[in-house]
Write a protein that binds this ligand. Structure first.
Ligand code: GCU
Length: 419
């Protein structure tokens, strides 16, 4: 009795010890690893043509990510409809603002998300950057006409909701350089990710994984929070396809950090997104899981048990047993232009693991005769490299900055001219 109690205690101690292991930031302590080959079929044959890739290998890899990592993503719900709630002139007349309620089923009481869209005035067929935001639509710009998102953080419980909204207006503006985007001739569409599912372990009860269960014929544990957020990105694209001012065949998907993981999963599933951008998406996003540097699968699943499906937890200490690694997720973007960006001080996200992942998606792009990253070593800071797959490591910390956006705008200009 005494002994088994001791063993129990010891086991508990070991588990918490493993969970709290300090992250590895030492290249010399990396356990060796071998990456799975994205072109190797389950029959052991190497895929050599676009046809084999498109018809067999790509669906096979997508299924592996669905079953082992992120869960399913349901399709368009029946009764999906849109309502322009507000529109007006914005940014000193340079832009048009539209706020659109995207209802996920029939009726005015249906679960919904609120989309905020800015388009350069006087242009037609506008390509739009699409991305979810962290803190609410009203934080992306100081524009007082932005309808506040339903969930907002209060720094101080004593202040009223309206005070809290007022003081948070524009607080994420540095991550959304709307002026610059508009000046460059693009639109930008964003929604608060909490509209789809609040980001905590019980958030699914309040989000689309519960409210849309019957309509979508899917149990809440068959998908994940990242799945729910990704699904929302596709619903934004559904709206853009109906907006006559927009060229929805040119949509650029963008996401930072956990929302970068989300953008990659959405881009893998929804090929209507023409360009995909991952900003500092890290572990479970662009970074290789087999490289034990910074965050690990165990860290992810311990702090954020709702982001992925249950099955992913079985790889907590065994990334080598996963039939995929994240370069294979990136390869699912082919042949579309893909941008992966890191930040020098964002060691937790493993910049080198993001670079190697982007580089190792290259053989799939090569099937389409497209060039990925040719450089063998990581580029210096602020020196973007690569053609259809482009990579940079920016100076500074985990964030989305004007520098990042300028590179994404240049990349988008380049690929739109070429296509
Ligand atoms: C945490 C988490 C990362 C995530 C990041 C973010 O740091 O560990 O995986 O990318 O939050 O979303 O900001």
């Amino acid at each position: 009795m005494k002994n088994s109690f001791f063993v129990f205690l010891l086991a508990g101690h070991l588990i918490s010890f493993a969970q709290n292991l300090p992250a590895n930031y030492d290249e010399s302590k990396l356990p060796p690893y071998t990456l799975p080959n994205p072109l190797l079929s389950p029959q052991g044959k190497t895929v050599t043509t676009v046809k084999e890739w498109e018809q067999q290998q790509r669906p096979y890899i997508l299924k592996l990510f669905t079953e082992q990592v992120y869960g399913k993503i349901p399709g368009k719900p029946s009764g999906l409809h849109f309502k322009i709630t507000e529109s007006g002139s914005a940014l000193n007349g340079k832009a048009v603002r539209k706020q659109v309620t995207i209802y996920f089923s029939e009726g005015a009481d249906a679960p919904h998300m609120n989309l905020l869209l800015y388009l350069p005035r006087g242009r037609k067929q506008i390509p739009v950057f699409v991305g979810l935001n962290f803190n609410g639509n009203h934080t992306v710009n100081e524009d007082a006409a932005i309808i506040p998102s339903r969930y907002f953080k209060k720094k101080d419980e004593q202040i009223s909701d309206s005070e809290a909204i007022k003081s948070s207006r524009g607080t994420s503006a540095s991550r959304w350089p709307i002026d610059e985007i508009i000046n460059r001739g693009y639109g930008v569409a964003t929604a608060h990710y909490y509209d789809l599912e609040p980001d905590h372990k019980d958030g699914w009860k309040e989000g689309v994984r519960t409210s849309m269960k019957e309509n979508l014929h899917i149990a809440s544990n068959e998908w994940s929070a990242i799945g729910a957020w990704s699904w929302g990105l596709s619903r934004i694209q559904d709206y853009l396809e109906t907006d006559k001012d927009v060229d929805a065949t040119q949509s650029v998907l963008i996401g930072h950090s956990r929302l970068g993981k989300t953008a990659l999963w959405a881009g893998a599933n929804d090929r209507r997104f023409k360009i995909v951008i991952s900003n500092n998406s890290g572990e479970g996003g662009a970074a290789l899981s087999r490289r034990i540097f910074g965050e690990t699968i165990r860290n992810l699943n311990t702090s954020f048990p709702h982001w992925f499906i249950e099955r992913y937890k079985s790889y907590n200490d065994h990334p080598e047993k996963l039939p995929v690694d994240q370069h294979m997720l990136l390869s699912l973007m082919a042949p579309r232009p893909l941008y992966v960006a890191s930040a020098e001080e964002d060691k937790w996200a493993d910049p080198k693991g993001e670079f190697l992942s982007a580089k190792n998606a290259g053989p799939v792009y090569a099937l389409y005769h497209l060039k990925g990253i040719t450089s063998e070593t990581m580029p210096s800071v602020n020196q973007p490299t690569g053609e259809m797959i482009r990579y940079h490591i920016r100076t500074g910390k985990h964030d989305v900055t004007l520098y990042d956006w300028q590179q994404y705008l240049n990349f988008t200009d380049h690929h739109q001219r070429n296509h």
